[in-house]
Design a protein around this ligand. Structure first.
Ligand code: NAG
Ligand code: NAG
Ligand code: NAG
Length: 840
């Protein structure tokens, strides 16, 4: 990418032939008076200078415009560079901030030393079952954090084919570098297992460009510890305990192997380990059969070289392998060199006691925050809710790097400035990176658990804003993240928005703060630093996403190739394939974006008022957009009695086999396979889109409708109708009566927001029912009744699917309730916890 950028800039520097011509002197005619000649010369010199100035000005403007997309907002950052350092925030320095691996820890710093776990089942019928990064293809029966306080400890269970690994960590503060931590990994076979499986655990440490590691090998390939040093961690030591049958029990027969090598990048660790496996080692337990097993073999790997690395460092990737038969447990101890006065080592019974203490504290805080016991949920339901919250906390990652972005002024993509992002990921397996619109929903849950944590996450996102007011919506910051994304989705375009859901959580945080003047005043400095950024963010939406008529709004960035899609997608709205106008045009207006803007302007008015900043302009915009008459005028479709988008639209579209002309006498197979292409049977015209589903509910979902609005009656009717939106498992995204209900968008593109049940929107729906059920109005009772029923259905189904499948899912089938899509998905689907707790 850097190379490309250079090419672009030098390309600009070469004057075009047209401009060269302009600078050529005009012909001079014979026998003309010399002063006329002089005038001509003067004029032409003037013209020449002028055109040169103009040329350089244009050049300057063009390169200035081209740089804008990668120019950060000029106001002081909300979080300074040191905010996550061990000096300022020691308790959060180390953490499970690598959500894309089953188990691993790193520090909140740009080039952290990382630690992690891989494992494999020996003597299995399938080879190469090395587990490391969370992969749906591993087909685990379930995994995820059961308890995690977001800071100091966590307990995770991983259910592999015939055994379960429990991975626990506890941190202990001390010294200047974030202190110590210990892992305990426990393996137990399932009761159904025929024999006790033999498992290899591979615990590793790797440095990412900075720092060095030194392996300490005892007799017989036994790597007992690693010492190391890095800028952020100082000196440290990692000790690998021997496996035992349990705490205080005798050691077990184990075989040891290790690997020390250099890796070209963190995204290559799995491959390196896999490629170094050799089958020449023998596992021969006393009284047991001798068998050869797979193990790491340093001799098998070629050392890779990375130009950024210091050539003096021999290894930056060290793996300790221990092979044992279940059941067993082992501990890995990290000790910080600057922690000098530790009372004892955090192992054995000391660790057990520490874990117990944290678990009790976690349970108390959980009940204090969500009160699920008080609401008479069963202990199994509460365990599920704890797992949902914990996996969102355990799914928080710290990423550092550069997005790849592009504006209309860039011929080629550019690299965005290097930045950190501390964020909760939607799915540890499938979406292990930051997503702007998911984040607002994540923080609705996390702000109840730890409000300062949420503010820190919001601050990270707003520190990513550029001078235009744009925030790249998908954050793919480092090589590990990029290795998970198809290349066509990596470049982020600066005309593309994403729903500003951060306003949802800001609203909640402001409500919390305003009831507590002391806390409010301690948070004012952060709010003050956030404010100029929020302002630019709002302005960016209000201008770049403005619609064709006054006070209307339109999502930019819809799919352009209309011929290939049943309905061109609107990824930027977050609702990808939800039906919009069939023919994208600048005449469109989108009701969901209108409602997001109504919400955002109201919150902006509040923030401005609290900070004593001018807030009238926000207040006015909010009043205008909240005016239900304007909303009706722009978006109410009387023919279907729904709120609707408006645009160049026809319903008469379908996907058909493309006709390929095969000349007579020529073999058919020499011609391309026919594709499905769109056929339009009736020409589009400007009209309401008349889709019924999540988008039509937005004026209700975001509380824009006044409680006495007669439109509420229609909305409540549609919600309750099983032929339209109601299902026994939650509200479906698109009415069964819609022509595009459960229709594929292309032959390879299954329906996504065209029927399935999504928990984020269902959360907004129960929240809205709760809202309208608690304020006076003609529909109050009806809203209350639906509220109870919808809430119960949602909780029951997500819980039932979790028990049956081991996972919380991305979406749920509207016909069977079954979980589908990516899993685990403890991003917004974890909002089930708030629905259980009735926290809205
Ligand atoms: C950086 O932020 C931290 C915490 O927000 C604060 O304690 C520290 O003084 C700040 N440092 C600078 C240089 O502004
Ligand atoms: C948003 O845009 C509209 C239309 O241009 C304008 O009238 C309004 O003042 C803007 N609101 C804010 C808060 O800037
Ligand atoms: C609607 O789309 C059709 C087909 O692309 C186009 O010919 C027509 O001009 C569009 N109408 C408007 C008002 O944009």
């Amino acid at each position: 990418m850097t190379k490309r950028r250079k090419r672009l800039l030098t390309g600009d520097g070469v004057p075009s032939p047209r401009e060269e011509k302009a600078t050529a002197p005009p012909r001079r005619e014979k026998k003309k008076k010399t002063d006329i000649g002089k005038v001509f010369i003067n004029i032409s010199i003037g013209l020449c200078i002028f055109s040169l100035i103009w040329f350089f000005y244009a050049l300057y403007m063009r390169s200035a415009l081209a740089r804008r997309v990668v120019t950060l907002h000029p106001s002081p950052r909300v979080l300074n560079v040191s905010s996550s350092s061990p000096a300022v925030s020691p308790e959060k320095f180390w953490g499970s901030h690598r959500p894309h691996v089953y188990f691993g820890m790193k520090t909140r710093s740009p080039r952290s030393v990382v630690t992690g776990l891989m494992w494999m089942r020996q003597f299995a019928d399938v080879d190469g079952n090395l587990r490391h990064t969370c992969e749906q293809g591993d087909r685990l029966q379930g995994y995820g954090w059961l308890m995690h306080d977001g800071v100091s400890f966590g307990v995770q269970e991983i259910h592999d084919r015939d055994f379960t690994l429990t991975t626990e960590f506890v941190k202990r503060l001390g010294g200047d570098h974030g202190g110590d931590w210990t892992w305990r990994i426990t393996a137990k076979q399932h009761s159904s297992a025929v024999t006790a499986p033999v498992i290899s655990l591979m615990c590793y440490a790797a440095t990412d460009v900075q720092g060095s590691l030194q392996a300490h090998v005892e007799e017989k390939n036994h790597l007992s510890s690693v010492t190391g040093t890095s800028e952020e961690l100082g000196n440290f030591k990692i000790t690998f305990g021997k496996p035992t049958a349990g705490e205080g029990a005798a050691g077990k027969y184990a075989k040891y192997n290790y690997l020390t090598t250099r890796s070209p990048g963190l995204d290559k660790l799995t491959d390196i380990a896999k490629n170094s496996l050799s089958h020449k080692f023998i596992f021969s337990p006393p009284k047991g059969e001798k068998r050869s097993y797979f193990a790491l073999d340093s001799h098998k790997v070629a050392t890779h070289h990375n130009q950024q690395q210091d050539p003096k460092i021999e290894s930056d990737f060290v793996v300790h392998q221990v092979t044992v038969q279940t059941p067993f447990q082992m501990e890995v101890l990290f000790e910080s060199g600057s922690f000098r006065d530790r009372p004892n080592q955090l192992t054995g019974s000391v660790l057990t006691d520490e874990l117990e203490r944290r678990k009790v504290a976690f349970d108390e805080k959980f009940e204090g925050t969500f009160g699920l016991q008080a609401k008479k949920f069963t202990s199994s339901q509460i365990k599920f809710a704890k797992a949902a919250l914990s996996n969102m906390l355990g799914g928080m990652g710290y990423f550092y790097g550069q997005s790849v972005v592009q504006s209309v002024y860039n011929e080629h993509p550019l690299l965005y400035p290097e930045s950190p992002l501390f964020t909760a990921v939607p799915s540890r397996s499938f979406f292990p990176r930051g997503f702007l619109w998911d984040e607002g929903f994540h923080q609705l849950l996390l702000s109840k658990w730890d409000a300062p944590l949420s503010l820190e996450v919001i601050a990270h996102w707003l520190d990513l804003i550029n001078i235009e007011g744009w925030i790249p919506r998908e954050q793919i910051l480092d090589d590990e993240a990029r290795s998970k994304v198809p290349s066509e989705f990596i470049v982020q375009h600066n005309e593309n928005a994403n729903p500003p859901t951060l306003f949802l959580v800001l609203q909640k945080l402001l409500e919390q703060l305003e009831t507590d003047p002391d806390r409010l005043s301690s948070h004012l400095p952060v709010l003050r630093r956030l404010y100029p950024r929020l302002k630019t963010w709002f302005e960016w939406f209000n201008t770049t996403q403005a619609g064709p008529v006054a006070n209307s709004y339109r999502w930019r960035g819809r799919d352009k190739d209309t011929n290939l899609f049943l309905n061109p997608k609107t990824l930027t709205s977050g609702l990808d394939d939800y039906p919009r106008a069939s023919h994208p045009s600048s005449e469109e207006r989108h009701v969901d974006l209108y409602c997001w803007m109504a919400l955002a302007s109201g919150i902006m008015a509040n923030v401005a008022r609290i900070l004593g900043e001018p807030h009238k302009v926000y207040k006015n915009t909010h009043l205008t957009l909240s005016n239900n008459e304007l909303l009706n005028e722009l978006h109410w479709s009387e023919s279907l009695r729904v709120f609707s988008d408006y645009g160049n639209h026809t319903q008469a579209v379908s996907l058909q086999q493309e006709k390929v002309h095969v000349p007579p006498g020529q073999p058919r197979h020499q011609f391309p396979v026919t594709r499905l292409v769109r056929s339009v049977r009736r020409a589009p015209k400007l009209q309401y889109v008349n889709a019924l589903g999540y988008v039509s509910l937005f004026p209700f979902l975001l509380h824009i409708l006044t409680p006495d609005s007669p439109k509420l009656e229609h909305i409540l009717r549609d919600i309750q109708d099983p032929e339209r939106i109601w299902t026994p498992y939650g509200l479906r995204s698109l009415s069964r009566t819609d022509p595009l209900y459960m229709k594929r968008n292309t032959e390879h593109d299954a329906p996504y927001w065209r029927g399935p049940i999504w928990i984020n929107i269902n959360y907004l729906a129960v929240r809205a029912l709760h809202h309208y059920g608690n304020i006076e109005g003609p529909y109050q009772e009806k809203a209350s009744a639906i509220y109870q029923e919808l809430r119960t259905n949602l909780i029951q189904n997500v819980y039932k699917q979790y028990l049956e499948t081991g996972y919380i899912w991305e979406q749920y089938s509207d016909s069977t309730g079954r979980g589908q899509g990516s899993h685990p998905f403890t991003g917004w689907s974890a909002l089930t916890v708030l629905i259980m707790a009735e926290k809205y």
